[in-house]
Write a new protein. Sequence first.
Length: 115
Amino acid sequence: VQLVESGGGLVQPGGSLRLSCSASGFTFSAYRMSWYRQAPGKERELVLGISTTGDITGYLDSMKGRFTISRDNAKNTVYLQMNSLKPEDTAVYYCKARFRQLEYWGQGTQVTVSS
């Protein structure tokens, strides 16, 4: 089982990034997928989740209207589109796959929003 995030990096405030999480080793379409983030000194928090049928959950006020999640079951990939990025969005972003009691995490990708 492997989850590999990519697409992170350094971006200026107001910029955009699209993160990808490529999955292998399990039946991707059967798993709920989520993005989490963890900023330095803070707990890991849910960004957005997407069900097997495409239902999206987890819109925090701080991200509403700026972040979207999508999945491509044919490519075994989940995406996080982040627009209008702010310095407070700086964190390591992780993807997670969950099916009943089974949970898998990626290694994370760093997103830094700074001028």
